[in-house]
Design a protein around this ligand. Structure first.
Ligand code: TEU
Length: 558
């Protein structure tokens, strides 16, 4: 089925870190507006804007205190309307983040709810009494510590899966659902083109709140995802949302579906009666497949990545549609994690982009990825801002680690790796702001920045432009069926895409060594065209190639 978002390229803007227009060190909406031509020139069709509503800013906007207003940090509703108009004028679209698993504790609903047990808003949230003078159960928050926080006014506890400033909404309450419908309609009626549903697979909880089994003896609190992730009720709520709101608009809905395995995915994503158009699955970027333990050692490897990508490509063939991404505001920078951010920085950033952009699905570029921005390693915890990172560092159960050990984990995994300011140029603060930014700029901005890469024809930025341009010119890149080849190769990820009588052959060397590519195929093609490569190659032999470190090649065969 043809849908506008299947042929689009999305770009994620993290508003705090994109471009500051008013000199307060925080990115803002006018900053985004002044960079729209840059995005258009890159080939972007849709901008996904991280949360911009009023917020208590404990989790950078993912704690909304007013769904109908814009945070002062980012500007005004007039700025927003202008941004939307300027996007539409350029034939681009806008996707907003919808954060409705929880609100901020400074949202008026919660301010009311916590006053007393009779308050009309009380049931908008989830409350339980203490058990034996302690928290109602042993569930661990995604951001460390207990999921329960004591409220002295009512002498009981409220639930927060994330930080204590992010109380969870009670989706069993019909009034909550109505509020969500109304606020979504407010933005859709303004003309926004869709939503990314933040942490949507956690909206239903097991309301009996049983203790979770003890898997971590050193910790008072235990992972409890089986009681709140991806439950049947979540699907029911999403069907209702679809019926009452989304079906009435030509918008796109993208769910963040952590914890949804591929066996379950079609319930969310099948084109017949799924509950969303697209989804961000997580399996391919999980560090410790299966455990979900973010700060553990990273066991990510090509075999795992390839098998997960292939599984999703095959699963959704003809039934749904994939998102293609390696980075977002919650993940370390892909070139640092999956490539080589030193010796083969340029080659590996381009290789990763090729691997993802030539697959079947809708590509998402996270700001700075298109110039190969890297992880950052601040020496002091004082320079970190992310609530998840800080909570981990100061958590009681992590006292067993030295500060150096904790910083090492943070250098590898912290979400702040993705949140340092966008590197626009060599001027002070990388051209992000003319005053001190809310989080330090990555010191490598003099070498890695947009201005430099606009000048350099061979830059990562110009390579992304070419990839996007190819997608717009070769239907095989959008519609071709994916087939894995060289299934067990230790270092090469190669696949074909087949559409009508054309075959796209995509070859990626994931290692820093030369590799032999040998494709044992009996097929013969009379036309062989090299569409793109991250090295200068003349060679037209697509069956046997001596690949250089991190080399990528894409051939069109017919
Ligand atoms: O993320 C959902 C989520 O589970 C993440 O917190 C994830 O576990 C973590 O980022 C891994 O490092 C969404 C948003 O993308 C994230 O930025 C928010 O903090 C979170 O929801 C709460 O709204």
């Amino acid at each position: 089925m043809k849908q506008w978002w299947k042929e689009s390229v999305f770009y994620q803007v993290y508003p705090r870190s994109f471009k500051d227009s008013d000199g307060d060190g925080i990115g803002d909406l006018k900053g985004v507006i002044c960079k729209l031509d840059y995005l258009k020139d890159l080939g972007v069709d849709v901008v996904w804007l991280g949360p911009i509503n009023k917020s208590s800013n404990d989790d950078n906007g993912y704690d909304v205190s007013d769904y109908y207003d814009i945070s002062n940090d980012f500007g005004t509703m007039e700025d927003f309307d202008l941004l939307l108009a300027e996007l539409h004028k350029r034939d681009m679209k806008l996707l907003m983040d919808l954060v409705v698993n929880h609100t901020s504790d400074e949202h008026k609903w919660f301010m009311e709810a916590k006053k007393n047990k009779e308050n009309p808003y009380r049931d908008y949230y989830i409350w339980r009494d203490a058990i034996n003078g302690k928290e109602p159960n042993n569930w661990e928050s995604i951001f460390n510590g207990s999921v329960w926080e004591y409220n002295p006014e009512t002498e009981d506890y409220y639930l927060h899966l994330y930080s204590k400033k992010q109380p969870d909404l009670n989706w069993t309450n019909n009034d909550v659902k109505k509020e969500v419908y109304n606020l979504s309609k407010f933005w859709l009626d303004k003309g926004v083109d869709g939503f990314r549903l933040d942490t949507i697979t956690t909206i239903s909880k097991d309301m009996n709140f049983p203790d979770a089994p003890i898997v971590n003896k050193d910790n008072k609190y235990q992972p409890a995802t089986e009681y709140y992730l991806n439950r049947q009720k979540t699907l029911d709520y999403l069907h209702e949302f679809q019926e009452n709101v989304l079906s009435k608009y030509n918008s796109v809905t993208i769910g963040e579906i952590q914890g949804v395995s591929s066996d379950h995915a079609l319930k969310y994503l099948n084109e017949e009666d799924g509950v969303m158009d697209l989804a961000f699955q997580w399996e391919h970027i999980e560090a410790t497949p299966g455990t979900g333990e973010k700060w553990d050692e990273d066991f990510w490897n090509l075999q795992h990545f390839r098998s997960v990508m292939t599984k999703w490509q095959n699963l959704l063939e003809g039934k749904g549609w994939n998102t293609l991404y390696l980075s977002n505001h919650d993940q370390p920078r892909p070139v640092s994690r999956f490539g080589d951010d030193l010796q083969y920085w340029k080659e590996s950033a381009k290789m990763l982009a090729t691997c993802i952009h030539m697959m079947k699905g809708t590509p998402f570029i996270y700001q700075g990825e298109e110039i190969g921005m890297t992880n950052v390693a601040f020496d002091s915890i004082e320079d970190y801002r992310d609530v998840e990172t800080l909570n981990m560092y100061y958590d009681e159960s992590n006292k067993k680690y030295s500060s150096e050990e904790l910083l090492k984990k943070i250098h590898e995994k912290s979400r702040d790796n993705a949140r340092t300011p966008m590197q626009w140029g060599t001027e002070e603060n990388a051209g992000f702001s003319n005053s001190e930014p809310w989080i330090k700029v990555n010191p490598n901005y003099k070498n890695i920045n947009v201005a430099e890469q606009e000048r350099d024809e061979e830059s990562i930025l110009n390579y992304y432009k070419k990839l996007i341009n190819l997608r717009k010119n070769y239907p095989v890149i959008i519609w071709g069926e994916y087939n894995l080849i060289l299934e067990n190769h230790l270092n090469i990820y190669a696949y074909t895409r087949i559409y009508k009588d054309e075959v796209l052959l995509v070859i990626n060397n994931f290692s820093s060594f030369a590799q032999e590519f040998n494709w044992e195929t009996s097929k013969e093609f009379s036309n062989v065209e090299l569409l793109i490569s991250n090295y200068n190659v003349e060679d037209k032999d697509y069956k046997k190639i001596e690949l250089k470190p991190y080399e990528s090649r894409v051939y069109l065969l017919s």
